[in-house]
Design a protein around this ligand. Structure first.
Ligand code: SAM
Length: 256
């Protein structure tokens, strides 16, 4: 018991990665509330959004912004404050900071500079969708957002088309139809997919279908809200498949 109490104490010179709800305010944890109330300042991706969240939780805290476009300068400033004895909570717009969110660099900087980092776990869109998908959860690969376009996107799609593990991909609604068409091209229409939408919100929905059915469905339905796409991996080759493959290759050589 005393261990638990000690672990919940907010320490000086520590960065706390605090997970926040991905849509349902009730998913905030008791520990997240405690840490957010007790740290010296909060670093947030969007101070306006996070200010709203804090005010709904009844917490008032000095905030600094930490996002994609200012992280190079803001990171070292936060490290200096941490080194001088302040404690900081890092939150993102929603979910787990540092997962397809700014924060990864700040944690790396803390590791490099010998500054302590601790985690206040909670909602994460990727893991929530995987658990709901109905697909294999034993081995999975998190791809975050695919590169938006060009050669990089094609290469990523070609690479992941061969992946045996279940794939988890974040996608915005306005790009969904194009992405599904590409899945059909690169993965084939028969691949199973779970489209996890608006998780924990009023319109939470999980559609489990094949890629070609998903393409057809979104021809007549406008994609809305936030999506996580969970796609089954390529079935692992069995010993029997390998044997058949060797036999076929041997036969081809003989024919030559
Ligand atoms: N760091 C967050 C996490 O891992 O939970 C994810 C942040 S990322 C910038 C935002 C993406 O997460 C969205 O575009 C969407 O793909 C996914 N996402 C976030 N909240 C969601 C929700 N309630 N339902 C479905 N997907 C969600």
């Amino acid at each position: 018991m005393s261990y638990v109490e000690e672990k919940n104490k907010v320490e000086k010179s520590f960065l706390y990665l605090v997970a926040t709800p991905i849509g349902n305010l009730s998913d905030i944890t008791e520990r997240a509330m405690k840490v957010l109330s007790e740290v010296d300042f909060v670093a947030a991706e969007d101070t306006r959004n996070s200010g709203l969240l804090l005010s709904r939780l009844g917490i008032k805290k000095p905030m600094v912004s930490y996002h994609d476009h200012n992280r190079a300068e803001r990171g070292p400033e936060i490290i200096e404050r941490l080194k001088s004895g302040e404690s900081c909570a890092l939150i993102s717009d929603a979910g787990m900071p540092a997962i397809s969110d700014p924060g990864e660099d700040l944690v790396a900087l803390c590791a490099k500079e010998g500054v302590g980092v601790s985690i206040i776990p909670g909602a994460c869109a990727a893991v929530s969708a995987l658990a709901l998908s109905g697909l294999s959860t034993r081995r999975f690969a998190f791809e975050g957002f695919l590169p938006p376009s060009g050669k990089e996107r094609k290469k990523r799609l070609t690479d992941i088309a061969k992946e045996e593990r279940t794939l988890i991909i974040y996608e915005a609604p306005h790009r969904l139809k194009k992405t599904l068409a590409e899945f059909s091209e690169y993965f084939g229409g028969d691949r199973r997919i779970s489209l996890c939408r608006e998780l924990t919100k009023l319109n939470e929905e999980v559609l489990r279908m094949t890629v070609s059915s998903a393409c057809a469905y979104y021809e007549i339905t406008e994609p809305r809200g936030e999506y996580v796409l969970v796609i089954e991996g390529v079935p692992e080759a069995t010993e029997e498949d390998v044997a058949v493959d060797i036999a076929a290759r041997a036969e081809a050589l003989m024919a030559e």
